[in-house]
Design a protein around this ligand. Structure first.
Ligand SMILES: NC(=O)c1ccc[n+]([C@@H]2O[C@H](COP(=O)([O-])OP(=O)(O)OC[C@H]3O[C@@H](n4cnc5c(N)ncnc54)[C@H](O)[C@@H]3O)[C@@H](O)[C@H]2O)c1
Length: 290
């Protein structure tokens, strides 16, 4: 989609981080935007900044909430051209055998079913309009790797990549003028590590993280503030939409991760923690338990 001016965007997870930056970037490109999130204060603040932004509460885990979002988008702006399925959360850092069923359910209900619910609500409407459109699903570098203690998150982002690849093929088979991108960022300076703020009350508080998993979490906490700005990711996304690209790699090094995995498969390499990270986690925990 070469020309974005005058088009309408919908962004989930719009109140913070990458989603917020996408909304602001779309406005800067003369688009109108529906900012959707469970954080009403955050999206209302965005809408207060520009008359081109409409704030709509949406919980992507709830299919009817996604339906209401689609209805609101068409009612308010008469159509949708760029749909960014961006809402996502990361859970407690822990080995996979120590992840609670509720942690799996919450992460998958937002990161995976959230995308599925949005596609169910929006794609049939987009198909019946028959106008050019573009769908951007936010995966992550976690779609191409499997790192320790964040296995649930990585599994969910592998699913987002697979859904996106499937969707692109299905839409092309239909001859629909709808393109798909999958956004795969590396580290971005957002509130993602504070995702538990949106954990549903009925799940109870997240259990404490311990040992090497806690040491890894502390490393991420230290590193994220120095990571890429969300504004740079948003610019890469809109360039990807303009250029009809499927893979959007805001961080060039992420593009290489698929080749690293392909080589491991070809050489039948057993997965191992990077020895430098392993040593650092031992040092940080100080008890050699890792
Ligand atoms: N920050 C990173 O380093 C990074 C890297 C790769 C991918 N991502 C992905 O980017 C996306 C955006 O995350 P971010 O980093 O901007 O984090 P963020 O926490 O700053 O923003 C996430 C937004 O999603 C919203 N949200 C959470 N649950 C929701 C739900 N059920 N329904 C609707 N909205 C909900 C939150 O309220 C928040 O506004 C996520 O999918 C995340 O997995 C982030």
């Amino acid at each position: 989609m070469k020309n974005l001016a005058g088009r309408t965007g919908v962004v989930t997870g719009a109140a913070s981080g990458i989603g917020r930056a996408l909304v602001l970037r779309m406005v800067a490109e003369d688009m109108r935007v529906v900012a959707a999130d469970v954080d009403e204060e955050g999206i209302e603040a965005l809408a207060a900044e520009s008359s081109d932004v409409a704030a709509v509460h949406c919980d992507v885990t709830d299919p009817s909430s996604c339906e209401r979002l689609a209805e609101a988008a068409w009612e308010r702006f008469g159509g949708v051209h760029v749909l960014c399925n961006n809402a996502g959360v990361i859970g407690r850092f822990a080995p996979v055998w120590d992840q609670d069923p509720d942690d799996w359910r919450w992460l998958f209900s937002v990161n995976v079913l959230g995308v599925a619910n949005m596609l169910r609500a929006f794609v049939p409407r987009l198909l019946s309009e028959g106008e050019p459109a573009h769908i951007v699903n936010t995966a992550s570098e976690a779609a191409f790797t499997a790192r320790v203690f964040v296995g649930v998150y990585h599994a969910s982002k592998h699913a987002v990549l697979a859904i996106s690849e499937t969707l692109a093929q299905e839409l092309e088979e239909q001859g629909a003028p709808i393109r798909v991108s999958v956004l795969c960022p590396g580290g971005v300076n957002t509130r993602v590590l504070d995702a538990a703020r949106n954990r549903p009350d009925e799940l109870g508080p997240e259990r404490a993280t311990t040992g090497a998993a806690a040491a890894l979490r502390a490393r991420y906490d230290r590193q994220l503030p120095g990571a890429m700005a969300p504004e740079d990711v948003a610019a890469a996304v809109l360039d990807g939409v303009r250029q009809d690209r499927f893979y959007v790699f805001s961080h060039p090094e992420v593009a290489n991760l698929a080749a690293v995995r392909a080589e491991a498969v070809a050489n039948d390499t057993y997965p191992r923690v990077d020895p430098r990270l392993s040593a650092a986690l031992r040092r940080d925990t100080g008890d050699g338990s890792h």
